[in-house]
Design a protein around this ligand. Structure first.
Ligand code: GN1
Ligand code: MG
Length: 366
């Protein structure tokens, strides 16, 4: 790792670390926050690693509420340890001066958490066992927090995964920045028009009392599931900013759309984007083995639409951000969000084309 930058070291040292910061390096590929891995040593021996994050306060305007949710989750997890298997929840490290697990410095919001040691993440699934483990990780996470009353969690991101809200935001973006002559923009806009009726499907089921609010992760994409470096078993879900009340279907759909697209969210070759049924079956097997006990038949009936909706929704979010001038997701080139939207819409098409097979997988596993 590179020698630490002094400003980041000063931020890190405001937290109650057990030693000196000896290295800092960027961590992961988050689209919203800034994340760094810290190495800390005590008396020359490596004491461990920590994750330092600057929260994006444009996305999370009330970051203290995000931390309150994390504290509620940690307290709940401590009371419900998983017996006989490795499972960890990142620990929050207190600010030395205030005792709270965050630091405001020059208008920026920082927090520090323990790193899950001897574990790795993957950017693309390479085999069915990995898919099963990713599903198992999400299932264990849901199982462990299922009895945490959702009203104990603050709504830190109102409208998050409420697809009709994203459709309204898209319509607003369209008014301000109409679709241009670019073929790709036109294809995406037509794609959205054909699927307007899809947007409220989960919200309608919630309003009708068919689906219930529960605590959710909110962002269970594959690289937020940590796999044991030795056994390959899922041992933790990280990136807990979006833990809040929601539908487990947001999580199931998001996990499926992320894990069962081996070409990845950043695919450049659009024809390589496909929803892989074998990965889907393994993922759902892992998920249901861990979570089946608290899911209703109606919950299972909505798995297919969750995968379809969440890939459509993410495409819509990328497309809106592209039209609005790339204000939300971090981008590295001008049409980055447009390309990401195309990938998610292609994935949605692939899910739609395999509806019958996906429903059969759920029927076989239920
Ligand atoms: C964002 O920042 P990151 O990569 O953890 C986004 C998710 C999207 C994801 C797509 C708070 O997550 O909803 O699925 O990008 N997080 C937020 O890569 O909007
Ligand atoms: Mg995230």
């Amino acid at each position: 790792m590179a020698a630490p930058a002094p400003a980041l070291v000063a931020v890190a040292e405001a937290f109650a670390l057990p030693g000196l910061v000896t290295a800092i390096a960027p961590l992961g590929n988050g689209n919203v926050n800034d994340t760094y891995l810290l190495e800390v040593q005590t008396g020359g021996a490596t004491a461990g690693h920590y994750v330092l994050q600057r929260l994006n306060t444009r996305v999370f305007p009330q970051p203290e509420l995000v931390m309150q949710n994390l504290e509620a989750l940690s307290a709940h997890a401590e009371q419900h340890p998983l017996i006989g298997q490795r499972w960890e929840v990142p620990r929050l490290i207190a600010n030395r001066h205030t005792g709270r697990p965050w630091l405001w410095a020059e208008g920026q919001f920082w927090r520090l958490q323990s790193f899950i040691e001897e574990a790795v993440t993957v950017e693309a699934i390479t085999n069915q066992e990995q898919a099963r483990q990713v599903g198992r990780g999400l299932g264990l996470f849901h199982f462990l927090i299922n009895d945490l009353p959702p009203e104990r969690l603050a709504d830190t991101l109102p409208g998050f995964h409420v697809t009709p809200t994203y459709l309204a935001a898209y319509d607003h973006a369209l008014l301000c920045n109409p679709i241009g002559p670019d073929d790709r923009e036109q294809w995406c806009a037509a794609f959205v028009e054909q699927r307007r009726a899809l947007a409220p499907i989960l919200e309608d089921a919630k309003a009708a009392g068919l689906l219930q609010l529960r605590p959710i992760h909110g962002d269970p994409k594959i690289n937020n599931v940590m796999l044991c470096a030795h056994t390959g078993n899922a041992v933790s879900l990280v990136d807990l900013d979006t833990v809040k009340p929601g539908l487990v279907h947001y999580d199931i759909g998001d996990c499926l759309r992320s894990a069962c697209n081996p070409a990845g969210e950043e695919a450049c070759e659009i024809d390589s984007v496909k929803f892989d049924l074998n990965l889907c079956e393994s993922l759902l097997k892992g998920y249901l083995d861990a979570a089946r006990t608290f899911l209703s038949e109606t919950d299972l009936d909505h798995i297919y639409v969750s995968a379809r909706l969440l890939s459509f929704e993410l495409g819509l979010r990328f497309l809106s951000d592209h039209l609005a001038g790339n204000l939300y997701f971090r981008t590295t080139h001008p049409n980055h969000n447009l390309q990401r939207a195309l990938v998610q819409f292609r994935l949605t098409e692939s899910i739609e084309a395999q509806e019958e097979q996906i429903r059969q997988i759920v029927a076989k596993l239920r």
